[in-house]
Design a protein. Structure first.
Length: 301
């Protein structure tokens, strides 16, 4: 099944080294521009080169190879480099890369998870092949989280005892391919003692939901990332909505993309809510709305 919502999502291929090709989803990309001069910023993060102004917008310029452990880009290389301007986690950032290859169409269901040999401290969220070249899909959210840690007040929700008891009976499934995003979701619920299940991709999530429904313990609230290799959040929501024994699930899709289009598409494919950026209290209140709707639905059956 190909959802209309995901057809426009391609891959931007670029190089951080001579040997390895990397990629990010095109929905994260605002613009690609040639290298332009920047202003150094005292006491900035190690991998932040400085501030660059492009079309009237000032943003941090990040040495992407250095940020993920490759050799930093030297000043002698700057003139041959490009800047990828991204809109992610409600933040506009410029990533300096050694070269742009191309934008290509992508079968997101063909993207495989990274091999376990890479370990947990990897910035790679998926592996695919383009014209026989191995391409690593980067976890841009993880890069940004290391450079600009979230305000602690946004990571942990506050919840009354009454609201906690409303959420506790709910079977909650969290789905995200990004390790940093999964930790944020899990830490938020752990901090208020709310139980949950976790899946790392859409296919596994759909399997968990089907097995739970067959066992007469259906998932009540689904919280899923939109951008995932394999079955993405749009497609997962579409499948859930069109499967009779799953269609009751309250679906909350979230994305790091600051885009009204993403929210509109999420609602079109059957999601009840769509959130941009992680904000723990915002997420918990969405779950409480879902819990209320599930209780009301149960009361009428």
């Amino acid at each position: 099944m190909k959802s209309k919502a995901s057809q426009s999502q391609g891959l931007l291929l670029f190089r951080l080294s001579q040997a390895q090709m990397f990629a990010m989803g095109t929905l994260k990309v605002q613009e690609i521009v040639p290298f332009t001069s920047f202003t150094s910023m005292p006491y900035s993060q190690q991998h932040v080169l400085g501030a660059v102004c492009i079309r009237g917008t000032t943003m941090p310029l990040i040495d992407m190879p250095s940020a993920i452990g490759y050799r930093p880009i030297s000043r002698e290389e700057f003139s041959d480099c490009s800047i990828i301007i991204t809109d992610c986690s409600r933040t506009t950032v410029g990533f300096l890369v050694r070269g742009i290859d191309k934008i290509t169409a992508c079968d997101w269901q063909a993207i495989a998870p990274p091999p376990e040999t890479l370990g947990n401290n990897t910035y790679v969220t998926g592996i695919t092949k383009v014209e026989d070249h191995l391409v690593q899909l980067l976890d841009v959210e993880l890069i940004l989280s290391h450079l600009n840690p979230n305000d602690p007040s946004t990571l942990y929700p506050t919840l009354t005892d009454i609201d906690r008891e409303k959420l506790k009976p709910m079977r909650i499934l969290l789905v995200d391919d990004s390790g940093v995003a999964r930790r944020q979701l899990c830490n938020a619920l752990d901090s208020i003692n709310i139980p949950y299940f976790v899946a790392t991709n859409g296919n596994d999530a759909l399997g968990i939901m089907q097995k739970s429904a067959q066992a007469n313990h259906p998932v009540d609230i689904l919280v899923s990332d939109i951008e995932m290799p394999g079955l993405d959040g749009y497609e997962l929501a579409f499948e859930v909505q069109n499967t009779p024994n799953l269609a009751h699930t309250y679906m909350i899709l979230h994305t790091s993309l600051s885009s009204e289009i993403c929210v509109e598409r999420a609602l079109q494919v059957g999601a009840h809510e769509a959130l941009t950026k992680f904000e723990a209290n915002e997420l918990i209140h969405a779950m409480l709305r879902g819990a209320k709707k599930r209780r009301e639905a149960t009361a009428t059956t």
